[in-house]
Design a protein around this ligand. Structure first.
Ligand code: AMP
Length: 531
């Protein structure tokens, strides 16, 4: 490569990454929320079925929870676990923890006990907060537990601790699948979320006329913009009843009832939703929808075309493809999908404010058209993985492009398109997605190998392109009596349901590649009849 070519590439990346924009970097989300409470105390903040909280009421209840935390002697700048279903209490819990200056750790009520045990022993929260439905699950795990359905909390004074968390303090720790057998906690700081939300508000502003639907389980980081964006802008949040996220009819009814304007889908669920509204022409019930954001997995031209026909062109709803890993605070690139015309590709677009994207190969920055690893720099980068300095150092590395900066290596393949957008080209490793949920196949394999009868195993995702991709485990074992049922029961001790393979196939040996490794592609292509 000669000097002339290198400088051209530099210019291309400089243009792509020209994203510097001021944001309230001296503030935390909690301070921004409280400033909004001052401005619109009596405006509706949160809707859950028939229950409603104004900004003032939410602020008060969150302050009362913060007082309860103080009364319990909980450490101020530590981590606090929250095990809740979607509910008003979940929102009070999140805002109360932030008011107390602590970081929240979301725990799914559906986690198996052993997973919960691991997460708690790794993160050592100062307290666990639940609701009547979940409190029995957390009592016994911690000496300090608070039930947010206990009436006494709402008789306490409000906590007025003026010394908040700092912008560089942790706002949350979200656990995501880990290839070595245990999940890993991603540590995200306030200022990263402030930048992410500030960008979203600049580009897709919401006002008091808007209602955002909260439907993503709070253990996944997409939930972060649903949970906090509205509260720093004067908009409203409508919480979808637990379980309704799986049923398009439930979502449609809530959109119509609460006049939802802003909604998120992972593309596979979006596809089911579009098929459903197409089947009965529900378009008229969705007139309030202004903007839909998709993220979590690849959005295809077929999705966009279907959307344009069913919603975009009829209702004027807009569709945006967002991309990003948990390690870089929710999303780092965006692409506004065209509302008409021929659609051949759906890129992941360009970086958001204060974010730089690089496509790196062995020789450095890749020129347009050439595939490399997608790497991220900027204010959204997480602090790292909790208690995992080695893994953090592997994924968050010194930037080879900008001296002194850090980049996060995503493990995603990508390339730059001639029009300056980034195109996502799949994974470099064994991380897969099912309905947008991130799974390291290595985590399932490590657990399977702990079974006394399993000597070796490989897990693959089959029918990746279909609506229902399935995990299949291939096993080497001397015990021919191992059944699907036994293996599922074993894995359910450690893994959430979506990570438990559907099928278990006993093999005599594994197919190998030319260089002697297990040929995962050959296993993925094995047909049921041949298994
Ligand atoms: P998570 O940390 O669970 O959000 O997963 C991040 C990973 O999901 C990324 O590294 C990508 O592999 C994938 N991903 C997220 N958004 C998109 C998108 N818009 N298109 C394609 N893949 C995506």
């Amino acid at each position: 490569m000669n000097f002339h070519e290198i400088s051209n590439i530099d210019i291309i990346y400089r243009q792509l990454n020209d994203t510097v924009f001021p944001y309230p970097k001296d503030k935390t989300i909690c301070q921004l929320f409280e400033a909004q409470v001052e401005k619109t105390p009596d405006a509706t903040a949160v809707i859950f079925g028939e229950e409603v909280l104004t900004y003032r009421e939410l602020n008060r209840k969150a302050g009362q929870l913060a007082y309860a935390l103080h009364q319990n002697g909980v450490e101020k700048n530590g981590i606090i676990g929250l095990m809740m279903e979607r509910s008003l209490e979940m929102i009070i819990g999140l805002y109360g923890i932030l008011k107390y200056g602590a970081a929240y750790l979301p725990i799914s009520p559906d986690y198996p006990e052993k997973r919960m045990e691991y997460i708690l022993s790794d993160s050592k929260p100062g307290c666990l907060i639940g609701q009547s439905k979940t409190i029995d699950k957390i009592i016994g795990f911690h000496s300090k537990c608070i039930n947010l359905n206990d009436e006494y909390i709402y008789e306490l004074p409000e906590y007025s601790y003026a010394d908040y968390a700092r912008p560089n303090d942790l706002m949350y720790v979200i656990y995501t699948s880990g290839s070595t057998g245990n999940p890993k906690g991603v540590m995200v700081e306030h200022h990263s979320v402030v930048n992410r939300l500030n960008w979203m508000q600049r580009r897709y502003p919401v006002t008091h006329d808007d209602t955002i639907m909260q439907k993503t389980p709070f253990v996944f980081d997409v939930s972060v913009w649903e949970l906090f964006w509205w509260s720093i802008t004067g908009a409203k949040l409508s919480i979808l009843k637990p379980g309704f996220e799986k049923f398009p009819q439930g979502i449609i009814e809530e959109v119509e009832r609460s006049k939802i304007t802003t909604l998120h889908f992972v593309p596979s669920m979006f596809n089911s939703f579009l098929n459903y509204i197409g089947s009965e022409d529900y378009t008229a019930k969705l007139l309030s929808l202004r903007q839909i954001f998709c993220s979590g997995e690849a959005l295809t031209p077929a999705h966009v075309k279907k959307f344009n026909t069913l919603l975009g062109q009829k209702n004027g709803t807009r569709l945006t493809n967002l991309y990003g890993p948990t390690e870089a605070t929710v999303d780092v690139t965006y692409y506004d999908c065209p509302g008409s015309g021929e659609i051949i590709k759906v890129p992941i677009g360009k970086p958001i404010d204060n974010t730089a994207m690089y496509i790196l190969g062995e020789s450095g920055l890749m020129p347009p058209g050439e595939k490399g690893e997608l790497c991220i720099a900027g204010v959204g980068l997480a602090r790292g993985y909790l208690n995992q300095p080695k893994l953090s150092d592997e994924r968050f590395v010194d930037s080879p492009v900008c001296r002194g900066a850090r980049i996060y290596r995503t493990g995603d393949y990508a390339r730059l398109l001639p029009n300056g957008n980034i195109e996502y080209l799949g994974r470099m490793d064994n991380q897969v997605k099912i309905r947008g949920l991130r799974i390291e196949l290595g985590e399932i394999e490590a657990r399977l190998c702990e079974h006394e009868a399993v000597s070796q195993c490989v897990v693959v995702l089959k029918d990746v392109e279909s609506i229902n991709p399935v995990l299949t485990a291939y096993l080497l074992t001397a015990d021919s009596s191992l059944t699907d049922k036994k293996m599922k029961m074993f894995l359910r001790n450690f893994l959430p349901d979506y990570m438990v393979p559907n099928h278990y196939i006993i093999m005599d040996s594994f197919p190998k590649t030319m260089n002697g490794k297990v040929d995962r592609n050959a296993l993925a292509l094995l047909k049921k009849s041949k298994e």
